[in-house]
Write a protein that binds this ligand. Structure first.
Ligand SMILES: NC(=O)C1=CN([C@@H]2O[C@H](COP(=O)(O)OP(=O)(O)OC[C@H]3O[C@@H](n4cnc5c(N)ncnc54)[C@H](OP(=O)(O)O)[C@@H]3O)[C@@H](O)[C@H]2O)C=CC1
Ligand SMILES: O=C(CO)COP(=O)(O)O
Length: 347
């Protein structure tokens, strides 16, 4: 691709996943990564390193970074092209404020061509139980010309930043948004699949983190691989029950963003949610585990998932057990005993 043909991408949020996606995009698109911390932006732009979130991982020279929010918006708004893309790389707790900041900026400087925005966070908003798509739709309600979607799937940031293969799904109702994500990311190391089931994709991403905590607890207690397989399978059933009640499609949960991400996160030691479960099983307290600012979305959204389950009269026994360990001080071993002691029932 020459400079004329390359699409433009801005990634907002320079944590581990935002940075890894910016690395991926920089091979195919003119990519600008926005970090709210000026020192981090400087380090990415000049030293080609993100020592806080991806230590010991050299970043491509082609990847540029800034702490100037408006510069990141102008980068994709001034093109007059229809494949410009903004990727939101912040956790669910940061999504509301980032979307509103972005909406303000786009209202003041409207894009010259079609602009797509995809978010990458996995979870429910802790207090409201809102899915990311609901947060984004509210924030961008006055800008109906934008293409909105979610990018999700089994993907540890470190492996993506190292150029290892990955498959992701972009779920959107706009074909041109799917095409923008494909143009920016689909290539030799990344396969991008498309979907229109935004709710199914988002519920899979949210619930797999809770199940990864459960599997971490089980593995930390050394309950064996049979127990882990049971948790993954019954966790998938829980995910699908809640997801369908919220409007997701059954088939989505067997795909990359459901089963795929569940298997990765429940078994892969790079998972922070799994690490939380292991640490809980070792007797560590939640406050100590999260003290360094660890992003473990399953902790933040487990309660919201349980509340949604109750609201829709969906039984979520594994989620409930995880909540008891996380927030009610129940010993991990006791939570397992209680799960096993339930009445027998049809699968
Ligand atoms: N890491 C991974 O492997 C993957 C993560 N995800 C998902 O991506 C999301 C982000 O996770 P991840 O990158 O890992 O998290 P990290 O903890 O690595 O980074 C979080 C980033 O978000 C920024 N941030 C937080 N709140 C705000 C806000 N209000 N406004 C602007 N920036 C904000 C932080 O900025 P600062 O440094 O200034 O605090 C930081 O750059 C999560 O939902 C996660 O589940 C999805 C797939 C893979
Ligand atoms: O979402 C992820 C992989 O797809 C990352 O998992 P963790 O947030 O548990 O590290």
């Amino acid at each position: 691709m020459n400079g004329q043909q390359r699409p433009r991408v801005s990634v907002l949020g320079a944590g581990s996943w935002g940075t890894a996606l910016a690395v991926l995009a920089s091979a195919r698109a003119d990519t600008l990564l926005w970090a709210r911390n000026p020192d981090l932006a400087q380090s990415i732009a000049h030293d080609h390193a993100n020592p806080r979130y991806l230590p010991n991982t050299p970043l491509p020279q082609a990847l540029n970074a800034t702490a100037d929010f408006q510069q990141a918006i102008d980068h994709v708004c001034n093109t007059g092209r229809d494949d410009s893309l903004i990727i939101l790389g912040v956790p669910v707790v940061g999504l509301h404020s980032l979307c509103h900041k972005l909406a303000q900026s786009l209202a003041a400087t409207p894009p010259r061509g079609k602009l797509s925005i995809v978010w990458t966070c996995k979870g429910f908003q802790p207090d409201s139980g809102l899915l990311p798509q609901q947060i984004a739709q509210q924030a961008f309600a006055s800008l109906p010309e934008l293409g909105l979607g979610v990018l999700s799937g089994p993907s540890f940031a470190l492996e993506v930043a190292q150029g290892l293969p990955v498959a992701l799904t972009v779920a959107t109702r706009h074909d041109w948004t799917a095409q923008a994500a494909i143009k920016a990311l689909h290539g030799s190391s990344a396969r991008i699949y498309t979907s229109t089931d935004i709710i199914g994709v988002e519920v899979g991403g949210a619930l797999k983190n809770v199940m990864a905590i459960a599997c971490g607890i089980s593995d930390g207690l050394k309950l064996g691989t049979n127990a882990r397989a049971a948790l993954i399978t019954r966790g998938l059933a829980e995910m699908q029950r809640l997801g369908q009640a919220l409007g997701g499609q059954a088939a989505t949960f067997a795909g990359l963003t459901g089963l795929g991400d569940l298997v990765l996160t429940a078994t892969g030691d790079l998972s922070r949610n799994r690490q939380v479960g292991i640490a809980l099983a070792q007797g560590k307290g939640l406050d100590d585990i999260l003290a360094g600012g660890l992003t473990a979305e399953g902790v933040r959204c487990a309660r919201a998932a349980l509340a949604l389950g109750r609201q829709h009269q969906i039984n979520l026994p594994i989620t409930e057990a995880v909540c008891k360990v996380l927030f009610d001080g129940m010993a991990p071993g006791r939570a397992v005993t209680d799960l096993l002691a339930r009445e027998a029932g049809p699968e």
